[in-house]
Design a protein around this ligand. Structure first.
Ligand SMILES: Cc1cc2nc3c(=O)[nH]c(=O)nc-3n(C[C@H](O)[C@H](O)[C@H](O)COP(=O)(O)OP(=O)(O)OC[C@H]3O[C@@H](n4cnc5c(N)ncnc54)[C@H](O)[C@@H]3O)c2cc1C
Length: 351
C-alpha cells in the first residue's frame, strides 16, 4: 500500500504543479497516470507545440513546460505510479481513501485530487469510410513529431486552436500546408485566425473554406484527399499527409462511477471555495472539473491547484493555522532538507 498526504490522479500540468503547492505546505504527494510519462496533454498530444499564455514565458514548447514542472517539483520528491489507470476508490473507516489501479496497485491518502484532464485520449475521427486503412500511413490525428512533415505536402482539417496553431507552425517545416474547414469562421484564438489570414496572403498557407475532406485516395499510403465544396465540383488534392484535428472525445473512464456529480463529462466542484467535489476530501482540478465560467487552460489549472492545496491542508491539520509566506521570503524547503534561500536583495525589498 502506497501512503501519502495527497493522492493526485493525473500527472498533467495541473497534477504536477499541485506537488509544488502542496510541498510548500509540507504535504507529500503521489501521482497516478495512465500514460507512461508525465505531462498529460502537453506531452501526449502536442509536446512540440509552442504555448504562448504561460505567465513569464512569452513562448514555451509544451514538452519543455513539462520538463520545467518536473524540475520545480523534484525537491519535494513526489512518488509516481505511471502506466496505470486509477479504477476504484473506497472510503475507509478512518476517513481516508484507498484508490486501486487497473494493475491492482493500492494507494491510501486522506485527500484525493483528481486532475484527470480529459481522461483517456480518443481523437474525434471524420466520417470517411476508408480512413482506418490509412492510419499511420499518412493519416495522423495528433502531431507528435513535426519533423515527420519536413518537406512534405500536408493537409490539415479543423477549425479550432489545434488546427490553426499547427498550420501556422508547419509553414516553416512542410513543403506546403493546406488548411480545410467546413465553415468560413474559425473557433480558435483571434490572434491565430489573423496569423493564418496573414500567412494565406503571403502564399504560405493554402486556405480552403467552406469545404470538407470526404475521401482519401492512395495505394498503401495517403496520396491525396477528396475535397468537397458547396456548389463547386469536388476535386482531389495531392498530399502526403492528412491530419484531421477535430479535438478529443472526452471520456472520464472509471472515475465516472465514483459517485461524483458529473455534468457534460466533467466533475462539478465548488469553485467559490476550494474545488472540492460532492464527496468531502475528493477535489477535482484542471480540465477535469466544471463550474460556471470554467476555462480549460493550464493557467487556470495552476490556480485551482493552489487554492485546493490550502483547503487540503486545513482538512489534514484542522487545528493548525497556516500563515502564507511568499517563496522569495521563506525560501523553498524540500523534503530532502535542502533550503533554497531567497536572494538577499529580494528579501530586503519585501521586508
Ligand atoms: C492541441 C492543444 C493545444 C493546447 N494549447 C494550449 C495553450 O496554448 N495554452 C493553454 O493554457 N492550454 C492549452 N491547451 C489545453 C491544455 O493542454 C489543458 O488545459 C491542460 O493540459 C490541462 O491540464 P490537466 O493537468 O488538467 O489535464 P491533462 O493535461 O489532460 O492531464 C490529465 C492526465 O490525467 C490522466 N488520467 C485521466 N484519467 C486517469 C485515470 N483514471 N487514471 C490515471 N490517469 C488518468 C491522463 O492520462 C492525463 O495524463 C491545449 C490543448 C490541446 C489539445
Amino acid at each position: 500500500m502506497i501512503k501519502t498526504d495527497i493522492l493526485i490522479i493525473g500527472a498533467g500540468p495541473t497534477g504536477l504543479f499541485t506537488v509544488f503547492e502542496a510541498g510548500l505546505l509540507k504535504l507529500r504527494c503521489h501521482l497516478i497516470d495512465a500514460l507512461p510519462q508525465p505531462g498529460g496533454q502537453c506531452s501526449e498530444i502536442y509536446p512540440k507545440k509552442p504555448i504562448y499564455d504561460i505567465p513569464a514565458y512569452p513562448e514555451i514548447l509544451a514538452g519543455d513546460l513539462t520538463d520545467k514542472l518536473m524540475e520545480q517539483i523534484k525537491q519535494f520528491e513526489p512518488g509516481f505510479t505511471l502506466g496505470e489507470r486509477a479504477d476504484t476508490v473506497e472510503k475507509q473507516e478512518d476517513g481516508t481513501f484507498v484508490v486501486t489501479t487497473n494493475k491492482g496497485t493500492k494507494h491510501q491518502a486522506p485527500i484525493v485530487a483528481i486532475a484527470g484532464g480529459l481522461g483517456s485520449f480518443e481523437p474525434r475521427k471524420p466520417p470517411i469510410p476508408n480512413i482506418a486503412n490509412f492510419e499511420d500511413r499518412g493519416v495522423e490525428y495528433m502531431i507528435k513529431e513535426p519533423e515527420l512533415y519536413r518537406d512534405k505536402d500536408v493537409v490539415i482539417a479543423g477549425g479550432g486552436d489545434s488546427a490553426l496553431d499547427w498550420s501556422i507552425f508547419l509553414t516553416d517545416v512542410a513543403k506546403s500546408v493546406t488548411l480545410i474547414h467546413r465553415r468560413n469562421e474559425f473557433r480558435g484564438a483571434l490572434d491565430s485566425v489573423d496569423k493564418v489570414q496573414e500567412l494565406k496572403n503571403e502564399g504560405k498557407i493554402n486556405l480552403i473554406t467552406p469545404a470538407e475532406v470526404k475521401g482519401i485516395v492512395g495505394e498503401d499510403k495517403v496520396e491525396g484527399v477528396l475535397v468537397e465544396q458547396k456548389e463547386k465540383e469536388p476535386f482531389i488534392l495531392k498530399t502526403d499527409h492528412f491530419i484531421p484535428l477535430f479535438g478529443l472525445a472526452p471520456k472520464l473512464g472509471p472515475i465516472a462511477n465514483w459517485g461524483l456529480e458529473i455534468e457534460k463529462n466533467a466533475i462539478k466542484v465548488n469553485n467559490a471555495l476550494d474545488y472540492q467535489t460532492n464527496i468531502p476530501g475528493i477535489y477535482a482540478i484542471g480540465d477535469v472539473n466544471t463550474y460556471p465560467g470554467k476555462l480549460k487552460l493550464i493557467l487556470c489549472g495552476f490556480h485551482e491547484a493552489t487554492l485546493m492545496c490550502q483547503s487540503a491542508y486545513q482538512r489534514i491539520h484542522p487545528n493548525k493555522k497556516y500563515v502564507m509566506k511568499y517563496t522569495t521570503v521563506g525560501g523553498v524547503e524540500g523534503f530532502d532538507g535542502t533550503k533554497k534561500e531567497a536572494p538577499k536583495a529580494v528579501v530586503k525589498a519585501i521586508n
